[in-house]
Design a protein around this ligand. Structure first.
Ligand SMILES: [Mg+2]
Length: 377
């Protein structure tokens, strides 16, 4: 069974980032700009006492909770490409990827601060788009934007977001808590965001060769949405509470399954045994990877930006998750620290390394039956 696909922005993605009307940033000034962008923000969480407008935000948390803080910086040209990332989507994604880290601790996010550095290449209208996306994410995940800073940059756009959340004492889930024989579980499906990126990069090449040509992105809605407007798995944290399930360790999948499972193994002092045939890959992503001459399993292992949750549970908790379509048991934790292995569909053993899709890819090339390989472009 497939996880439910979520609604998109219903906006057409086209390769043009600036809206037509243009108000220069200096026309508003820094304070005017902040006021303009944050005017309509109202606080929804009881823990948010004072938001934007004073020297500092004031938050008030319950004594039974621990406070979680996570921060992330996104740099134009390094983490995002405005050729194909619409600013509204970028704003949404920038918030979501930060919230994902709070959920990966087993917590609930309640506030964010947003700081941006921006060059005069951007208009006020462009920043409004960015903030519309951020506000949509705040509404969807019920978090308050309580502060931040806006400053000028000599080139490009930099977005730094800090997410704040809470977890009840005794319920935080660290990377280091996995035990030998614990089951390794992942939510949702993997590799789709990576295939979305492959498509956008391919069409960007076409666009650069023939400016004005609009991209052909039809039929890949799911992969584009996973890349441009991902969701964080707050719903899973709610599910854990309903199921009375306490994972022993957890991490979110931002850099790719291979690197995240190594983080869990390292922190817990264990090894991992992973099964290729258990990797959850959406059928449309599987077909698309084949069409692009890529190995679907490699995309799932090393693609990244899935923002799913990877966690371990005690075997005695298996009954709690076995009926749910949201969870896939993909392997288990082994005794030997540093031993990370993938058992492929032919039951051959491959070593998994953090960057390590090269080794895997090499071996797979030998293994793949040439008759079954898709025709090259
Ligand atoms: Mg993380």
């Amino acid at each position: 069974m497939l996880p439910t696909r979520r609604n998109s922005f219903n906006s057409i993605i086209y390769f043009c980032t600036m809206t037509e009307k243009r108000t220069e940033l200096q026309d508003l000034g820094e304070f005017g700009l902040i006021r303009h962008l944050t005017d309509s923000i109202s606080l929804q969480n009881p823990t948010s006492k004072v938001g934007i407008g004073d020297d500092a935000a004031v938050l008030d948390f319950d004594a039974e909770d621990e406070v979680l803080v996570s921060t992330d910086m996104l740099v134009e040209g390094v983490h995002f490409d405005l050729t194909y990332a619409p600013l509204k989507h970028l704003g949404y994604k920038a918030v979501v990827v930060n919230l994902s880290d709070i959920y990966a601790m087993g917590g609930v996010a309640s506030q964010i601060t947003v700081s941006i550095a921006v060059s005069n290449r951007f208009s006020t209208e462009a920043l409004e788009e960015l903030y519309v996306g951020m506000r949509l994410a705040c509404e969807r995940y019920q978090v308050d934007l309580v502060g931040g800073d806006t400053t000028s940059s000599t080139s490009g756009l930099i977005i730094s977001i800090t997410a704040i959340g809470t977890v009840a004492k005794g319920q935080r889930v660290l990377r280091s808590g996995a035990k030998e024989k614990d089951l390794l579980v992942v939510t949702g499906d993997l590799g789709s965001a990576y295939m979305g990126l492959q498509l956008l990069e391919r069409e960007k090449q076409v666009f650069q060769g023939a400016p004005g040509a609009q991209p052909n992105l039809e039929g890949y809605d799911y992969q584009l949405e996973r890349q441009l407007k991902p969701e964080a798995r707050k719903d899973i944290i709610d599910m854990f509470n309903e199921l009375g399930l306490q994972p022993t360790s957890m991490i979110d999948v931002s850099d790719g399954l291979a690197s995240e499972l190594i983080h869990l193994g390292e922190a817990s002092g264990l090894g991992v045994q992973l099964y290729e045939d258990k990797l959850p890959i959406d059928p449309s992503t599987f077909d698309m990877a084949r069409e692009f001459n890529l190995d679907p399993s490699v995309c799932a292992l090393s693609g990244g930006e899935d923002y799913e949750l990877l966690f371990t549970i005690s075997q005695s908790d298996y009954d709690k998750i076995k009926a749910s379509p949201h969870f896939s048991v993909i392997g288990y934790m082994t005794e030997t620290k540093g031993a990370y292995y993938l058992i492929d569909k032919q039951e051959k053993v491959h070593e998994i390394t953090a960057q390590g899709w090269d080794a895997f890819l090499e071996k797979r090339k030998e293994d793949i039956d040439p008759d079954k390989q898709p025709a090259s472009e």
